[in-house]
Design a protein around this ligand. Sequence first.
Ligand code: ZN
Ligand code: ZN
Ligand code: ZN
Length: 200
Amino acid sequence: MECFHGKPAACSTTARGTFWFCGETPSCEFFCHDEDCYLFTRAMEACQNSGSNHPICPTHQRLAKLRVVKDKMKENYGRPFFTCSDRHDPCNFWQWGDIYESPRPRCKHGMVCTVRKVKKEGPTQNRLFYCCPQIDSCGFFEWKEIEPRVAKTGFVLFSDPLEYRYKNEDTEKHSLVLTLMLRKRMKNSLRNMNNCNKTK
Ligand SMILES: [Zn+2]
Ligand SMILES: [Zn+2]
Ligand SMILES: [Zn+2]
């Protein structure tokens, strides 16, 4: 198990089980239970493939903590996300880890901005913008551009659907989708072949 530093994570066993965590200073806030190593390895890969930087929570100005959706019943099972890493008074920072997010700008205080949504009715309603994270705002304001979504990792997309390949053993749901796709594709090519034979 490696942390965000690309260094072997430290390991510790307590009454609650075995844990892996970042052993570097300053910490990259990596922390996972031994049982979740597989999920976290995949999640880290997804984060790295997204091309985003490790997010920093605006309130505490510290590296956010990687988490994974662990509820198998959820559509987003296995997806990485980041939350505030402060143990005593965490803020409500939240961000997906597998989607490209350009680094947030810094306000006039030099702090990482917060993202807010326009609530007022009008043409800009629901648009996202960056602003100063401090209660005593410096007045910084910048619109957030809509960014492209990076495909979720687990499989790599090729131009030829027959070459859809899975980088990792994926959930049954994904392999089912693949099987169905291949089956459809084969049916179509068989049909085309039959049509060709007929025309001959
Ligand atoms: Zn680390
Ligand atoms: Zn925070
Ligand atoms: Zn500011």
